[in-house]
Design a protein around this ligand. Sequence first.
Ligand code: SAJ
Length: 400
Amino acid sequence: MINVIGLGYIGLPTALMLASHGVEVIGTDYNKELVATLNSGKTTFKEKGLDELFHAALAKGIKFTTKYQQTDMYIVSVPTPYDKFSKNVDASYVVAAVKDVLKVCPKGATIVVESTISPGTIDKYVRPIIDKDINLAHAPERIIPGNMVHELIHNNRTIGADSREVGEKVKQYYSTFCQEEIVVTDIRTAEMTKVVENTYRAVNIAFANELSRICRHDNMDVYEIIRICNMHPRVNILQPGPGVGGHCISVDPWFLVGDYPQLAKVIDESMKTNDSQPVFVLERIYEIMKENNIVDSQRIGLYGITYKENVDDVRESPTLQLLDIQKRHLAQPLKTFDPFFTDKAIVPNQVLDFDQFLKEVDMVVIMVKHDHIKQNFDKLKGKVVLDCHNVCKMEGVYHI
Ligand code: SAJ
């Protein structure tokens, strides 16, 4: 039996995947409400294919509880926030979860940490609290929100362990559902690979964002330039956008900057570039307002609040970053609309109905390329449009 600790964005799909492939699974989370929701037969967030997977796992007998179980295999997938000031990883949730597991687990049990951690976290924070003979492993998750269920099955993965034997044992569990290659390595390497993968993407996006600024400065078409460059067999530049959000690419690379401030220079600059992209968007909005004689900022609407398309996750979202910058200048927040996110407690100035939103604004800034907006481009006719993702092919659309 596996006890999965932490039933969030990663823990829940992982637990469901194991259960639906015949492993006996009990999911534990200290959030009583979350456990009650799952026990009432509902999932806790929207994700393609998650509800079907949930029902398949329920049929195989998965259970959810707030209690830690006595078993020989644990997967810990709790959050690892980072300290915004020091940029260091905050491993306190991982440490607390492992401590709770140690209270109940038998000798010889294996604790697999899935949470993203900076290289050295297990040695620095987890090993020192181990007070009995157990095995540690690290199996960093790699799935992309929006395509999690598919990627759980079809992504290669990495397992770090102290010995081949433990690594192979953990691998057996993951092999029940993962159809691709599972590499077994040591813990430190596994920790580093995860952070490096996200850093690679962050640096590449920063490069694209920097190109967008260079091209804007001299009125060149960044999208056409990237498209042509990417036809070179060894060039693969990502796309510029209004900023980088999510709990991974906008966070993990900071771990390296925090741990190696004198060495991680390219990474540091890249992260700063991505983090300042919402300011660049604000400047573009201001320029376009002037060009179109729009004086009332309340006639500007941001389309999209989530950190990327077709998900309901708003963690570190560029739209929230932009609204936060406005707030710091005591400016009235721009109007917003998002078909996936309607929590007025977090974003007060949002309009919940799309047609109403369009009535209230003269200019629409496409911050997120949800399928919903792609299906509604015709409704943008007559509006000034700033498209931060180059998805709207209408005449006269502005770009970043
Ligand atoms: N973005 C751009 N330009 C692009 C691609 C993305 O500006 O060309 C922006 C997105 O709009 C978004 C942010 O970057 O705001 C991040 O989105 P994403 O789709 O690139 O990645 P995440 O954060 O949803 O998921 C990433 C994935 N990592 C990699 O692709 C290396 C995923 O596989 C990881 O599991 C996940 O981080 C994680 O949990 O670490």
